[in-house]
Design a binder for this molecule. Structure first.
Ligand SMILES: Nc1ncnc2c1ncn2[C@@H]1O[C@H](COP(=O)(O)OP(=O)(O)O)[C@@H](O)[C@H]1O
Ligand SMILES: [Mg+2]
Length: 265
């Protein structure tokens, strides 16, 4: 396929990462092309969030390379990755409930550090509310009054703001770590629509989810991690619900080691 010969927007090569004695990722490679949605799946503890945090500059890999448009990069902080056009919705860091929606959309933009909460007093609130609303509308998310604090929003609305923030700012790649967690069916479908819109804008998308029908529905390619290793990286069309589950759990004969040409049918 022509897309696989093009230079990826973003590429991870041979990434390894340990936390003390825990090997979270071992020799993991991933290519993200423009207009491509990649499903990143695997059981709890497989290493998905660790890979996202390396791609987004939260953690530095122990080994391996990150390339944007084929050029080697190393991130000192998430701000570096954001500057390069990589936006992230983290699994475990949501929004700041006591700030307005506008402040949340802008959270972390002006200061280079994460955890900036409480240091936004000098910012122009009005500007942020207006711009935040525009950003969210751009990606098809309408929140009635963006001056409301996030604590007044439902779980689904909060998630919409978080995703809107990421998609609105992304220039190349968006990393979504379990964005439909805790969402109902209708809200999940809205998230899937936002993913499709991001793809149509030519962004590369990494979508992490345990809801396999969603992954099969919205992705072009699926990368399966097990125990910190890529056990399968193949076009979505090559999977069905059963074979995907089997590849994730390893109960269909798929091996952890170095065999990426196996059949999963
Ligand atoms: N901050 C951390 N400190 C120590 N171990 C961690 C940390 N984050 C993740 N791990 C471990 O790394 C492995 C991969 O975790 P994670 O990347 O969160 O997987 P997933 O997102 O696929 O559930 C697990 O064994 C997990 O316990
Ligand atoms: Mg995770």
């Amino acid at each position: 396929m022509s897309e696989s010969s093009a230079t990826p927007l973003y590429e991870a090569r041979n990434i390894s990462k340990s936390y003390g004695s825990v090997i979270a990722l071992s020799d993991v490679s991933l290519k993200i092309h423009a207009g491509e949605v990649i499903g990143l799946v695997g059981d709890n503890g497989a290493g998905k969030s660790t890979l996202v945090k390396i791609l987004s500059g939260v953690y530095q890999p122990d080994n391996g390379q990150l390339l944007v448009d084929g050029v080697d990069h190393s991130w000192k902080s998430p701000h570096d990755a954001m500057q390069a056009g990589v936006e992230t919705l983290y699994q475990d860091s949501g929004l700041a409930p006591d700030l307005s929606i506008g402040s949340n959309v802008f959270l972390g933009r002006e200061k280079l550090r994460p955890g900036i909460l409480g240091k936004l007093g000098f910012l122009d609130q009005k500007y942020m509310e207006v711009e935040a609303r525009k950003d969210l509308e751009k990606v098809g998310i309408t929140i009635p009054a963006s001056k409301r604090n996030v604590s007044q929003l439902s779980g689904g609305q909060r998630q919409a703001v978080a995703i809107g923030r990421a998609v609105a700012w992304a220039r190349k790649v968006i990393l979504l770590d379990e964005p439909t967690n805790h969402l109902g069916a209708r809200q999940s479908n809205e998230v899937l629509s936002v993913i499709k819109a991001a793809k149509e804008r030519g962004l590369g998308v990494v979508f992490i989810s345990h809801t396999l029908p969603h992954v099969l529905q919205v992705t072009d390619r699926i990368v399966v991690l097990r125990l910190g290793k890529v056990v399968k990286d193949a076009p979505t069309a090559e999977f069905n619900a059963e074979s995907l589950l089997g590849t994730i759990t390893g109960l269909n004969g798929a091996k952890v080691e170095d065999d990426d040409s196996e059949s999963v049918a």
